[in-house]
Ligand binder design. Structure first.
Ligand SMILES: [Zn+2]
Length: 137
C-alpha cells in the first residue's frame, strides 16, 4: 500500500495552489476555526497516491464528511456518481451559490454537496456571516 505521508513541501504546494481555500466549499483557511487539511481525493486505501495530482486542500468539515469516499448515489436516479474532483473538474461547472447555499449544477455537484453536507445550517450561517463582510467566496 502506498504511503499517506504528505511531506511539508507537498503540503505547502497544495495550500498555495488552492490559495488557502477549501477546494470543496471554498472557505478560506483564515476564516475557519480549524486548520484546513490535505485531502487524498482518492484515498490511499483505494489505491490513490500521495502526489500533487491526487491531493486537495479541504476544510475539516468537508474532509470529515468525505472520509475515504470518492462516489455517492444519486438520490433520484440511484446511479453511482463520482464526487467532485478538484484536480479534474472546475468548481463553477458543478456548483453555484444560491445566496450562502452551495447547490449542485450537475449530478456530481449535487451528490458532493449532499455527502459533504455543504448546506447544513451552521455551515450556511458561517458563509452568510462571511459574505456579509465580503470575505466569501
Ligand atoms: Zn470545505
Amino acid at each position: 500500500m502506498a504511503s499517506d505521508y504528505i511531506s511539508a513541501e507537498l503540503r505547502k504546494l497544495v495550500i498555495q495552489r488552492a490559495s488557502g481555500c477549501c477546494e470543496y466549499c471554498r472557505i478560506h483557511q483564515n476564516f475557519s476555526i480549524y486548520t484546513h487539511e490535505v485531502d487524498h481525493i482518492i484515498a490511499v486505501k483505494h489505491g490513490g497516491e500521495t502526489t500533487a495530482d491526487n491531493l486537495a486542500l479541504s476544510c475539516l468539515s468537508c474532509n470529515r464528511y468525505k472520509g475515504s469516499d470518492f462516489a455517492t448515489i444519486d438520490q433520484i436516479t440511484k446511479e453511482i456518481v463520482p464526487l467532485f474532483n478538484p484536480r479534474r473538474q472546475v468548481w463553477n461547472e458543478h456548483f453555484y451559490l444560491e445566496r450562502a447555499r452551495i447547490e449542485g449544477k450537475t449530478q456530481i455537484g449535487q451528490g458532493t454537496a449532499r455527502l459533504l453536507q455543504l448546506n447544513i445550517p451552521n455551515r450556511v450561517l458561517e458563509r452568510q456571516v462571511l459574505m456579509s463582510q465580503g470575505l466569501y467566496p
